[in-house]
Design a protein around this ligand. Structure first.
Ligand code: GLU
Length: 373
């Protein structure tokens, strides 16, 4: 069993589908193939694995409908118009196919900025968690029709890695039109060999990725897949690049199908480094002994467990969690700014709305955005 498809190791999985798999050369959805993928997804869900989908294809689908040249990628305006036109068809298609298996789809369109900005990151993350918790299958794409060149991911490979991070997933499968990472370009070099497993992404691995995309339809290519693997690794998420050119690509992968697995450092070390490296600590929350015990058991920090707040911080800033003995036990992204955190410290969750005057987040720091020290 490929680790990404092991439900126990990866209870939550992001599956990314590239444009070249979704859309044929005539600009139509490859529906028969997609049905086989959705059947696989439904099987995974039935086995208890939670799935989020990152789907490309909006630009490719829309370009055809609008009869735009160069697959809709001749200019940013063309790409944005194509994305807006194609996205509606794409969502409808996913919703229909998932519904045929009794699954509810939800659409989320995000930009790079949404996931870089700490506050919006927390919002996107909370929505993903809630959707997945409700048993819904989120279908995510970049919000191409509003993103400018500077705030675009540009490719959905990196988007998929960031979504995995935000959704608290443990694995990503990038379904592509290539079989994985090769020692050299397999189209040109008969001696090119596929690499099964990558532990550390070093200069040699990056050099192998070269550039470009074989289909010319998406914007990805191997280089962006390696970048995605780097983002995933830094968040402790495993990533597999595998060919989706066959029917039932996930079932095939589960049976040991080929591909390249990028193994992340699964310990909390990677997550800790990500949190630590990303931002400086802006404040702290002092908690009671009960909260310390709950946090050590893997719970989120609720306002009721907070005794006092120190420092000035914004929602999404990193703060320390300090136990009764004055020792910092954890660190995480605050769901509240310091003023609101002070107002709700010590309050029970059902009292928060009355204190704040708005519908609040249940946790002061969610366990997915926290590392124990
Ligand atoms: N977001 C783009 C689309 O839906 C695709 C980006 C990519 O090629 O990865 O068409």
């Amino acid at each position: 069993m490929v680790p990404a498809l092991d439900r126990d190791a990866v209870p939550r999985l992001v599956v990314k589908v590239g444009s070249a798999l979704l859309v044929d050369a005539d600009g139509n959805v490859r529906r028969a193939w997609l049905e086989t993928l959705v059947a696989d997804i439904a099987d995974r869900v039935a086995l208890g694995q939670q799935i989020a989908i990152v789907s490309s294809g909006a630009i490719a689908l829309g370009a055809r409908r609008l009869k735009l040249p160069k697959g809709g990628r001749a200019s940013l305006e063309d790409a944005q118009a194509a994305a807006a036109t194609g996205q509606i068809a794409l969502s409808q298609c996913w919703a229909e196919l998932l519904a045929a298996h009794g699954l509810t789809a939800a659409q989320m369109l995000v930009t790079l900025d949404d996931l870089e900005d700490r506050r919006r990151y927390l919002n996107a993350s909370a929505t993903l968690h809630r959707l997945i918790g409700l048993g819904v299958v989120p279908v995510i794409n970049e919000n191409d029709s509003v993103a400018t060149a500077e705030i675009r991911f540009g490719d959905n490979d990196r988007l998929a890695a960031r979504i995995a991070q935000a959704a608290g997933a443990q694995g990503v499968v990038l379904l592509s039109d290539v079989d994985g990472l090769f020692t050299s370009d397999p189209a040109r070099d008969p001696k090119a060999q596929r690499i099964d497993r990558v532990g550390r992404i070093d200069a040699a691995i990056i050099a192998m990725a070269g550039g470009g995309t074989s289909s010319g339809m998406g914007s990805g290519g191997m280089a962006s897949k390696i970048e995605a693997a780097q983002i995933a690794a830094s968040a402790g998420v495993d990533l597999v690049i595998v060919s989706g050119l066959h029917d039932h690509p996930l079932a095939r992968l589960a049976q040991g199908g080929c591909g390249t697995l990028f193994v992340a450092d699964g310990s909390t070390r990677a997550k800790k480094a990500w949190l630590a490296g990303r931002l400086t600590v802006k404040g702290s929350v002092h908690v009671d002994a009960g909260a310390v015990k709950a946090l050590k058991g893997g719970a989120s920090l609720l306002p009721a467990g907070a005794k006092s707040i120190e420092g000035k911080f914004a929602r999404g800033d990193v703060i320390s969690i300090i136990g009764p003995d004055g020792v910092a036990i954890a660190r995480g992204l605050s769901e509240y700014d310091s003023a609101d955190a002070e107002r709700i410290a010590g309050k029970r969750s059902d009292a928060l709305a009355a204190v704040l005057g708005y519908s609040p987040r249940a946790a002061l720091i969610h366990r997915d955005h926290m590392v124990m020290l």
